[in-house]
Design a protein around this ligand. Structure first.
Ligand SMILES: *[C@@H]1O[C@H](CO)[C@@H](O)[C@H](O)[C@H]1NC(C)=O
Ligand SMILES: *[C@@H]1O[C@H](CO)[C@@H](O)[C@H](O)[C@H]1NC(C)=O
Ligand SMILES: *[C@@H]1O[C@H](CO)[C@@H](O)[C@H](O)[C@H]1NC(C)=O
Ligand SMILES: *[C@@H]1O[C@H](CO)[C@@H](O)[C@H](O)[C@H]1NC(C)=O
Ligand SMILES: *[C@@H]1O[C@H](CO)[C@@H](O)[C@H](O)[C@H]1NC(C)=O
Ligand SMILES: *[C@@H]1O[C@H](CO)[C@@H](O)[C@H](O)[C@H]1NC(C)=O
Length: 483
């Protein structure tokens, strides 16, 4: 009973949280319940709050002179020889009165840095670190080795073709902080505002990027952050007398964008991937209504509980992967990704000399901040209207999905896209990478959907080569190749 209860707690938040190890994370069912009850009151707040931006005054801009030089990383401890690109990291103050500052890490391109685009990357949660997760375990230039002290090159790093900016957002996540602890009770709207203020200030610190092509990317709960920030940028671009940000597009991976699509897609994925029985699946279909405002019945709760119990201790973010355990060698990972990478990263980033070289404050760094997550105030039921706005705005909108993620599954993304009611322009076809099917792609009006075969939730961790191929196609604005 206790075990099953913990599993149910475990999974219900896993769908929102980045967590790499496959065990040991126990988020609370209560948080989602609280969010759900708040959601009914707050789910329309988002668009309205963003519209209200039209009347706000310019954002705070602090002095940035000389800070770029201070932020230059001479080298990271344990960095391998042959590191041929520039890296920077440090803090940007977004609210001087509260003492709130966001931490970033920039990995520039080894070649063509001065012409390559600028790409912002955001991890989700809410509460998870874009630097420790996104940069050090997914798409950044380095991976931490099993000794916790040395790094190796990621030959599929995205900074090969773009200058990649990892932002720890909101304050309280990773190395970002506030001197006003009430700031750690935050929401989608404040997160978008702070990220926007960050960008405006960061572009003063790095003025060479002011007119550069700019893209916003991210995964999981960044399915909220990325569209919301993009919408705020486009709205402010129209009225600002500060920097106009040259936003060209967004790409979101295994994104959480719509509650109903998430729930129905997840349980359908469990059923079609032999995780739950016909009886549990039918029980969910006939007892659960995941539409906004629909009452939750005890029968529905019971069937969901049965589904989480049936899942047992597989890693929902990548259903075929081994867990990080002494026995994990018994089932080699399909992707070759070491499931204990989060532990090495945890060790590395909590080394004082590493924090000093990053210009970070000495803190206990964690992959995800539970306080941020459990106290999240406003989680809209859906961000599909925001995505529709962006699609009509003319910027590039891509959704990609690793197809072995059980948490925000490929099925969920397909249900969400169906709700957007956009028409197919290029029929579904297999795209190829190194002579094999890399996944499938379908081109819609103003939207591209790409799957990545054999990748879990953290696509660039599990299928780095295929992920980089999707990323370069996205930057070029071309569908992935069919040969
Ligand atoms: C937070 O407070 C510390 C100690 O007073 C100060 O050094 C730091 O600059 C403050 N942070 C911000 C962003 O103002
Ligand atoms: C750098 O830019 C040149 C000129 O556009 C291009 O031919 C070359 O392939 C680029 N190199 C890389 C590594 O992107
Ligand atoms: C932008 O407008 C505000 C008034 O709304 C003014 O105080 C500020 O100086 C202006 N900034 C620039 C860069 O022109
Ligand atoms: C689900 O709930 C919504 C909102 O209460 C309602 O409009 C809809 O008819 C319900 N669907 C089913 C199949 O009962
Ligand atoms: C690496 O760091 C993790 C997390 O802090 C720790 O559990 C582990 O023992 C460390 N491994 C080594 C080889 O020091
Ligand atoms: C696509 O964008 C155009 C304008 O750029 C807009 O008129 C059209 O409604 C959009 N369609 C969809 C499905 O988003």
């Amino acid at each position: 009973m206790k075990t099953a209860f913990q599993l149910s707690l475990h999974f219900s938040l896993l769908l929102l949280v980045s967590c790499y190890g496959g065990d040991g994370y126990d988020p609370l069912q209560n948080a989602l319940k609280i969010q759900r009850s708040r959601r009914s009151a707050l789910n329309h707040a988002n668009n309205e709050a963003h519209s209200a931006e039209h009347s706000t005054s310019p954002v705070y801009i602090g002095p940035q002179d000389g800070l770029k030089v201070d932020d230059k990383i001479s080298s990271l401890p344990g960095q391998p020889a042959g590191t041929n690109f520039d890296q920077y990291s440090g803090y940007v103050t977004v609210d001087p009165n509260h003492g709130r500052a966001l931490f970033y890490y920039l990995a520039e391109s080894p070649v063509n840095s001065s012409t390559n685009p600028l790409v912002l990357w955001l991890n989700g949660g809410p509460g998870c670190s874009s630097f420790g997760n996104g940069a050090m375990m997914e798409l950044g230039p380095f991976r931490v080795n099993a000794d916790n002290t040395t790094l190796s090159h990621n030959k599929y790093a995205w900074n090969k073709f773009a200058n990649v900016l990892f932002l720890e957002s909101p304050a309280g996540v990773g190395f970002s902080y506030s001197n006003t602890s009430s700031d750690y009770t935050t929401d989608d709207v404040q997160t978008a505002k702070d990220s926007y203020t960050f960008l405006i200030n960061w572009l003063e610190r790095f003025p060479e990027y002011k007119t550069r092509d700019f893209y916003i990317t991210g995964e999981s709960y960044a399915g909220h952050y990325v569209p919301q920030l993009a919408q705020l940028v486009l709205q402010n671009n129209k009225i600002t007398n500060q920097t106009v940000i040259n936003l060209k597009g967004i790409a979101i991976g295994n994104p959480y964008v719509d509650y109903e699509a998430e729930k129905t897609g997840m349980f359908d994925y469990f059923w079609t991937h032999a995780i739950i029985s016909d009886q549990i699946h039918e029980g969910i279909i006939s007892n659960c209504n995941f539409t906004e405002g629909a009452p939750k019945t005890d029968a529905c709760k019971d069937y969901q509980y049965q589904a989480y119990t049936a899942l047992s201790n597989i890693f929902p973010y990548d259903i075929y992967t081994p867990l990080c355990s002494p026995f994990s060698n018994s089932t080699p990972s399909i992707s070759g990704f070491d499931p204990c990478t989060d532990s090495y990263t945890q060790g590395y980033l909590n080394t004082p000399v590493v924090q000093q070289s990053l210009h970070a404050k000495p803190v206990q760094w964690t992959s995800c901040n539970d306080f941020i997550l459990f106290n999240w105030k406003d989680m809209p039921f859906t961000v599909l209207p925001v995505i529709q706005d962006l699609m009509a705005s003319g910027i590039r909108v891509w959704i990609y999905s690793g197809d072995t993620d059980g948490s925000v599954s490929v099925t969920t993304s397909r249900y969400a896209i169906n709700k957007l009611q956009t028409s197919v322009k290029t029929q579904w076809y297999p795209w190829m990478y190194q002579g094999e099917v890399g996944g499938y792609v379908v081109g819609y009006e103003n939207l591209t959907f790409v799957t990545v075969r054999g990748a879990g939730h953290f696509v660039p961790s599990y299928q780095p080569g295929r992920a980089l191929a999707v990323f370069t196609s996205f930057l070029e604005g071309k569908l992935p190749t069919n040969h």
